[in-house]
Design a protein. Structure first.
Length: 147
């Protein structure tokens, strides 16, 4: 398979799978740590209006969603990529970081959470995934003959 095509597929799959992991954590979070009494989390507007009711524990799953979604997406993309594994992992982190900036601007959250999220959940996770896959099996495809 052409290297460019394989790398493009790697990025697309990394974004899709990373987004799915993110969505999974966002979906299951409220069942494990229920939202505060009186919070409307069914709409973005309701969530924004209710944000003042949230306590630190309510930010655990959003942080995990962002960090693990980025990590898994970058790991998958770098594992499938034919070349430039580390750069591809970082590109996944950058896309998720842009999404994180959008959320910070769209949804009011405590400054401590915004800073933690933006500085820890995206690029450091992509960096770790890229380093793991960049060094694994040298330059061969880390996920074997899948792609």
């Amino acid at each position: 398979m052409n290297t460019t095509v394989k790398n493009t597929i790697a990025v697309v799959l990394g974004l899709v799978i990373g987004s799915a992991v993110n969505s999974l954590f966002i979906a299951i979070g409220p069942s494990i740590i229920p939202p505060p009494e009186g919070a409307d989390v069914t709409t973005v507007e309701g969530l924004a209006a209710s944000m003042r009711l949230f306590e630190p524990q309510h930010f655990i799953f959003p942080f995990l969603a962002h960090a693990l979604g980025t990590f898994v997406g970058a790991l998958v993309a770098a594992g499938i990529a034919a070349t430039h594994r580390f750069k591809i992992a970082l590109s996944i982190g950058l896309v998720f970081l842009v999404g994180g900036f959008y959320m910070v601007l769209s949804l009011p959250s405590p400054v401590w959470f915004s800073m933690l999220d933006l500085f820890v959940a995206y690029m450091p996770m992509a960096y770790m995934a890229g380093k793991i896959m960049d060094t694994r099996n040298g330059s061969s495809n880390s996920f074997g003959p899948v792609l």
